[in-house]
Write a protein that binds this ligand. Structure first.
Ligand SMILES: Cc1cc2nc3c(=O)[nH]c(=O)nc-3n(C[C@H](O)[C@H](O)[C@H](O)COP(=O)(O)OP(=O)(O)OC[C@H]3O[C@@H](n4cnc5c(N)ncnc54)[C@H](O)[C@@H]3O)c2cc1C
Length: 264
């Protein structure tokens, strides 16, 4: 289906982008377009103006600090994360990005777009929660930092408010991470996924079982299955999986992700 008519703006700075978003009620940020353009074609979203972030170098790039913290610009693509020498400091990032969809989506899709769309089947929201990422959000009042577990608020809803932008994501040092998913086909959408990190404490986050990633309270690497059971999950049923099957997958995948993390 063709797009309905929409105004298009290509700002030259983050400040200009924020001004355009704040002064136009119907404006939406355009990143890789791999979700937004599709939902516009399906008439599920009808912004009046697209504010294209693709010219903003301020939102690109991956920096590795002396303490191992990675700072990733929101407009960094999956392919850039896979190829980056700096991002190898946290190898799970490139590994998970390599499993998202196909080459075209990986070349266009951005970490910021993935997180801001907060589709519950996306790969990156549970991963960011497990690794303890911190998101920087910019708006008219300046910048604020939000931990990943407070960033996702509901299906397609995040802490990024009207007139705001996610500008960068900070990920602390650590290599002991794991990710496991059951997908529709080799590069398909997740039916259920789990991310784990055992750098210090154990952090396990589940995807596809609720509107936002579910961060489990885990007593130790051997207690992951117990933690999934204690979470009393009530995932949705759909054509791909029943609620009961998703509960079963959560236990299997969380255990698998935690074992992968612990073995590194
Ligand atoms: C065929 C296909 C298969 C896919 N399979 C998967 C999959 O298996 N796993 C997966 O995780 N994803 C999958 N995706 C989704 C893909 O990863 C998208 O790239 C991603 O969800 C959105 O990123 P984007 O950069 O394209 O954002 P866009 O589509 O441009 O934007 C998405 C939303 O985020 C907002 N936004 C974007 N950037 C910012 C920002 N910096 N600040 C504030 N708001 C912002 C936009 O306004 C919009 O509402 C698939 C997509 C396609 C087309």
């Amino acid at each position: 289906m063709l797009l309905r008519e929409v105004e298009y703006a290509k700002p030259g700075s983050v400040a200009e982008a924020l001004e355009l978003l704040a002064s136009n009620d119907g404006a939406r940020a355009l990143a890789g377009g791999q979700t937004l353009i599709n939902v516009m074609k399906a008439r599920a979203a009808s912004p009046d103006m697209l504010v294209d972030l693709n010219g903003l170098e301020e939102l690109r790039g991956i920096e590795l600090a002396g303490d191992g913290t990675l700072t990733i610009g929101a407009m960094t693509t999956y392919s850039e994360l896979m190829a980056s020498a700096e991002a190898k400091a946290r190898p799970i990032l490139g590994e998970v990005c390599a499993t998202i969809a196909d080459v075209q989506v990986r070349n266009r899709g951005t970490i910021g777009g993935n997180l801001c769309s907060n589709d519950p089947t996306n790969h990156l929201p549970p991963l960011m929660v497990a690794v303890g990422a911190r998101m920087t959000i910019a708006g008219a009042g300046g910048e604020r930092e939000v931990p990943a577990e407070e960033f996702f608020l509901g299906v397609y809803l995040t802490a990024v408010g009207p007139g705001e932008l996610l500008t960068r994501i900070a990920i602390p040092a650590g290599k002991k991470d794991g990710f496991a998913a059951v997908t529709l086909g080799a590069e398909g959408t997740c039916i259920c996924n789990a991310a784990a990190s055992v750098n210090g404490g154990v952090r396990v986050a589940l995807g596809c079982v609720d509107a936002v990633p579910v961060l489990l309270t885990v007593d130790g690497p051997g207690a992951v299955a117990d933690a999934v059971r204690a979470a009393n999950l009530m995932p949705p049923s759909d054509v791909h999986a029943s609620s009961e099957y998703r509960i079963h997958l959560s236990e299997v995948l969380a255990t698998r992700a935690a074992e992968e993390a612990a073995a590194r």
